[in-house]
Design a binder for this molecule. Sequence first.
Ligand code: GCO
Ligand code: MG
Length: 405
Amino acid sequence: MKIKEIKVFVCCPGRNFVTIKVITEDATYGIGDATVNGREMAVVAYLEEHVIPCLIGKDAQQIEDIWQYLYKGAYWQNGAISIAAISAIDMALWDIKGKIAGLPVYQLLGGKSRKAVTVYAHVNGETVDDVLNNLEVAIDQGYKVARLQCTIPGIAGTYGTLGKKKNYYELQGDRPLPPEHGWSTTKYLNFITELFKQARERFGYDIELCHDVHSRLTPIEAVQLGKMLEPYRLKFLEDPVTYENTDGYQVIRNQTAMPLALGEKFNTIWDAKPFIENQTIDFVRTAATHGGGITALKKLADFAALYHVRMAPHGAPDLSPICFMAHMHLDLWAPNFGVQEFIGFGTSTLNEVFKYKAELKDGSIHIEDVPGIGVDFDEAAAEKYPYKRSYLPVTRLEDGTLWSW
Ligand code: GCO
Ligand code: MG
């Protein structure tokens, strides 16, 4: 079944998404997510100039060979931009294969290992009370796992907690240049334990809790934080430290029993390998869009399983519903699935462009059995929401030093 055409779309139904559609000679099509937040147009150029011309006429059924062709064949194997392009093609080809077979993708992977996908809710606020009131709402809605983030007193623009409260998170369309956020590790470490202490006092230990540090600590500071939070038994502490220096995680691991999650920025299994085989993390957070698609995540899951590392795929709003649904299939299948990040089903604008059927019940997501990945992309609706240049924030310490974000 030959590939006849591959279309690329960039739209902004609330935030920017890069979507591809692979169409075969018999008019079967598959869709994929190629969004790299804040660098969208680089992926578009990479796809249009360097990927798509090579794929016309190739057999859409040869997913593995196409993956290897785009990865090894490019010579410049990895990097966020090229991997997002490969990931999107890969998702689209799995979508096509599912449609040809008349099966949902999880069946092609090996079938379901569980009834539904447990998700963690984003629970945020500008004060401890604010966060805890929101946690109460999440618990009432049936969530079993929640990620708590709170504005740090005295720091302007703490990640994930500010902005118009209804859209607290990465509001797009009004950021034509990167906004600057502040950071103070002292203020953070002086404050953050209180959030989890009060959460446990008010809600007990049945609700599982996570926290994202967004790579802002050094390893030894992460040890301090891990020890301070140990009594509150988190499911995981995410990204305490940037991942470039793998030895940093050994420092953390050796000194605290805090479970660790890492990997939303991993592009390949090779990025994950040292953390997994040294058993310095407990959850790997790689996304289908940023880690090589379904083909690569299946390999990653199997490799991680050997070391008791579980899958907890990235589920931020900059991953489109196509990536979200690709994760649903992987999460249903993976024997070592842990938990899925979930930010809700999105706005009516988003759902006008991306159509899929999934339902949240008792803190887990159930999907409908339809062939392929189970998402459709409305080209006409997408045209109503053109791309808007938009950046992620940058972070500076109080003295102006640029810091990890
Ligand atoms: C998360 C992530 C996101 C990222 C964002 C970058 O855990 O959900 O850290 O908030 O910052 O996806 O584009
Ligand atoms: Mg994160």
